[in-house]
Design a protein around this ligand. Structure first.
Ligand code: S3P
Length: 175
């Protein structure tokens, strides 16, 4: 089973994924890192060369490859926009248990302020307004794709990982 972590930029998908991997002993993959590895470029470089469309194509093909190769249980952190590509949503529905890390706008903005570098979807615009606009577009997709929703405001990454473990009944790594 793939445990896929979804949610808006800055909600903690990668950090929670790493915590969850530590606690469970399951292998962890960050989809953004997989994309960069396959393309040999950073995310801003991919956007600069071919725009958002090139990035979405690279994202879909990295997800297809990951889902095809995945054996046993593993943890995958998605990008904040992954599920907005219909084919990506279909792959996640077919192959994964999807956990939506749901954070409020204030928490997202307060984390993202100072962490927009490397996130072309947030560049050059008013951060709060951009976050609100994108969240309004994306929220329904995050919600409908989720098998589990964890509200993350006020929780540490470890506490979020703990909740996921308990709810999905994943056994802790003991060695
Ligand atoms: C994106 C989110 C990013 C990354 C890319 C596009 C988005 O991942 O995939 O910059 O469209 O929300 P994070 O959610 O890990 O920042």
């Amino acid at each position: 089973m793939i445990i896929a972590l979804s949610g808006f930029m800055g909600c903690g998908k990668s950090s929670v994924g790493r915590e969850l991997a530590k606690m469970t002993g399951l292998p962890f993959t960050d989809l953004d890192e997989a994309i960069c590895g396959r393309e040999g470029k950073t995310i801003p470089e991919i956007f600069a060369c071919g725009g958002e469309q090139a990035f979405r194509e690279a994202e879909l093909s990295a997800l297809q490859a990951f889902a095809q190769d995945a054996t046993g249980s593993c943890i995958l952190s998605l990008g904040g926009g992954t599920l907005m590509t219909a084919s990506c949503e279909a792959i996640i529905r077919r192959t994964a248990t999807c956990v939506y890390l749901k954070a409020g706008i204030d928490s997202l903005v307060s984390y993202l302020d100072g962490h927009t570098e490397g996130r072309p979807m947030l560049s050059g615009t008013d951060l709060r307004q951009r976050t609100e606009t994108l969240m309004a577009q994306r929220g329904p997709t995050y919600e409908r794709t989720a098998d589990l929703i964890v509200e993350t405001d006020g929780l540490t990454y470890g506490q979020v990982a703990q909740k996921i473990m308990e709810t999905l009944k994943i056994h802790p790594h003991t060695s």
